[in-house]
Ligand binder design. Sequence first.
Ligand SMILES: Cc1ncc(COP(=O)(O)O)c(C=O)c1O
Length: 380
Amino acid sequence: MRQIYLDHNATTPVHPEVRDVLIACYENDFGNPSSVHRYGRRTRVQIDDARDTVAALLGVSAASVFFCSGGTEANNTILKGVANSCKGRGRHIITSPTEHPAVLDPCAYLAQQGFEVTYLPVDESGVVDLQALEDALTDETTLVSIMHANNETGVMQPIADIARLAHQRGALMHTDAVQSFGKMPFHIDELEVDFLSFSGHKLYAPKGIGGWYARTPTALQPLLHGGHQERGLRSGTESVASVMALSKACEIAARDMQAEWERLQHLQQRLEHGILESVPSARIQGATASRLPNTTHVAFAEVEGETLLMSLDLQGVAISTGSACSSGSLEPSHVLKAMAVPETHLYGALRLSMGRSTTPDDIDYVLECLPEMVQHARVD
Ligand SMILES: Cc1ncc(COP(=O)(O)O)c(C=O)c1O
């Protein structure tokens, strides 16, 4: 049976060039980067080189890049770290209801600890309301955290505008860039953020590696205490092979990004035109907003997304009904609810997220299968 993987926003396969780096590292380099002897010195240099590569992709200095286990840890470190270290000045944080749980849950935790959290309203594309942000900012606001690209819809936020408003009121700005990092060219200077989170496994590197950028690392308090690695902000012996793999993935991303972006744009148009032609009642979320070209979030009327997911899976096509973390739950997506998607379409949503392996033939195959499946899945 044909196998088509259209769930790259959940995770990506390890790129063959990245796998070679991992294997070579496991075979040759086992030293602890904190050791003073040659084994340690060698892996220390490798980590330093990797930091340079990641920093170059972000257009920042290596001293502002920190490695950790991935997006969840980076978001937790920044949200809790900034909230705690700035609480003498204020206890107010601003975010949006369409964030990933790796932002929403730390915010809920902070609310339990006595912080005030404001969730900005979003429009029907999921883009935050800048006027509402301006109104919500107070002298007590220490951090604004808004994601760069949404993991379910691919919709991008006007991060530079948000950061400017935050800075005008003296607040720091964080963006969760887990879904956009390595997919599109951006420099921190253009985004104007103080903190940014990224993750390797959305970028053809292994799971369990990621990191953050911090313009002012001193504004953070560490989550973990121990061996003082990552300049005291992330204790724990570094996963050298994973760091090197992430670095290789960043090198490949920088090399192929532009061509891949354009290739995916064509595939996205082919997919979305095809869906709208064969199922006119379908809704593409955020169709008119700036969006990642690899992500199509489509909702069908009076259909259950889970039924479609299972039918596509039986035909060898792997997709998701929302974010991977909420798959398996029949609760409608919190992102769609915040975007006020009509009740008729709320349960029939699919996320198709393309990647390096996706071909025009894959898209045509999905377009062949989908209309009949939607027809059969209609809830009467
Ligand atoms: C937008 C976003 N933020 C954070 C995360 C969590 O990243 P990680 O899996 O590396 O912990 C994800 C993963 O799906 C994501 O899509």
